[in-house]
Design a protein around this ligand. Structure first.
Ligand SMILES: NC(=O)c1ccc[n+]([C@@H]2O[C@H](COP(=O)([O-])OP(=O)(O)OC[C@H]3O[C@@H](n4cnc5c(N)ncnc54)[C@H](OP(=O)(O)O)[C@@H]3O)[C@@H](O)[C@H]2O)c1
Length: 172
């Protein structure tokens, strides 16, 4: 099972404010949707409250209060990353149609899962967002960039932004 963190961040690593996104970039939404479709998505309870359940993906919501969350029967609620990863790994050989576990935020979930990640996909938004209250404070020194696609601002996109992919550096 490949584990990928996927995040969009500003130039100061900003990712959110008041439990919402800081920008509206349709091309980024499209990329996120296409990448995560028919895969696992794991998110913290606050991000779940912000974006809800994502269709055509196996949603996993992390919370310490599993009984307080209202979700459909299709989604899973877990209070442990380890439990979740073990469960997914144990079912992987049993006709499992999902191949990738995407970690989709927010800040606390990115920080706690970085050691489990094989890749990081970052949308770098080329602006500064002074009102941000959550950040992607991840040290990328164990990762190497292998792909970058530039996007330029237009009538639907207020900022330039790059899709950047990182691989974990393998140590011999
Ligand atoms: N730009 C992006 O790409 C992006 C992506 C996603 C989110 N965001 C933004 O990020 C912000 C949310 O981030 P956040 O850090 O505040 O919240 P979060 O990570 O989404 O959720 C935090 C919650 O997850 C649960 N949790 C965390 N660690 C846990 C553990 N070890 N065991 C069990 N439960 C655990 C707790 O839920 P309980 O309190 O229920 O126990 C905790 O309150 C929002 O502004 C959102 O818009 C941005």
């Amino acid at each position: 099972m490949k584990v990928i963190q996927i995040v969009a961040k500003g130039e100061n690593n900003e990712i959110g404010c008041n439990n919402e996104m800081l920008w509206h970039l349709p091309k980024d939404f499209k990329m996120f949707r296409e990448a995560t479709l028919n895969n696992y998505v794991i998110m913290g309870r606050k991000t779940f409250e912000s974006i809800g359940e994502l269709k055509q993906r196996q949603n996993i919501i992390i919370t310490r209060k599993p009984n307080e969350i209202k979700i459909s029967k299709k989604s899973w609620v877990s209070s442990s990353f380890k439990e979740t990863i073990n469960f997914i790994s144990s079912s992987i050989n049993k006709k499992n149609k999902y191949k990738i576990l995407f970690v989709i935020g927010g800040q606390s979930i990115y920080e706690q899962t970085i050691d489990l990640c094989d890749e990081i996909w970052i949308t770098e938004v080329h602006s500064i967002f002074k009102n941000a209250d959550t950040f992607y404070n991840i040290d990328l020194s164990d990762f190497v960039e292998y792909s970058r696609i530039k996007n330029y601002k237009d009538e639907k996109h207020c900022y330039d932004f790059d899709f950047v992919k990182y691989n974990r550096i393998t140590k011999n």
